[in-house]
Design a protein around this ligand. Sequence first.
Ligand code: AMP
Length: 192
Amino acid sequence: MKLILLGPPGAGKGTQAQRLVDERGYVQLSTGEMLRAAVASGSPVGLQVKDVIDRGDLVSNEIICDIIAARIESPDCANGFVLDGFPRNVAQARTLDDLFKEKSIMIDAVIEITVDEGALLSRIEKRAAETGGERSDDNADVLENRLAVYREHTAPVSDYYAKTGALRQVDGMRTIDEVTEQINAILDASIK
Ligand code: AMP
């Protein structure tokens, strides 16, 4: 199963991706986590992207597409993966299309978790409290920019996949379990 999860910051992509890892054995490919690991390791890429992440802007397409292209090659991805946080703009979606074509990979589902914007700040604040402020971008000021970036660059990615007929939406305002159920129903239908 090759799956793309879309949705604004705080929609629950990471939570749902983790459940797919636990319950279905998929590999989670979270570009945000990969970048945070690069920052923590002090690698050249990490040094390059730290300020960008702290501001809530997008890191360059070149950096992120190179990371994803290399990661998808790994043997553990052969049986399926969940992309969480990628693609984040239409150029990345096009690059992903090219990459999949080159590797004869078929995407099985694109699922957008839709959430009322008003609910996002409290969710991010809750996450910051739960993780002990582990993420430098989980605060009200940076969230405002992350949402602006989402509206301008990432929301069009949903339109992109709507046009190809691949987009499915689930109601992210429901409980975590109910969102999981909606996602499972879509995945089960796409397996049949
Ligand atoms: P996330 O954990 O998905 O919320 O991502 C945290 C931050 O990492 C984002 O605010 C961006 O700065 C950066 N990032 C993650 N994924 C991407 C991507 N696909 N393209 C560009 N920047 C990204």
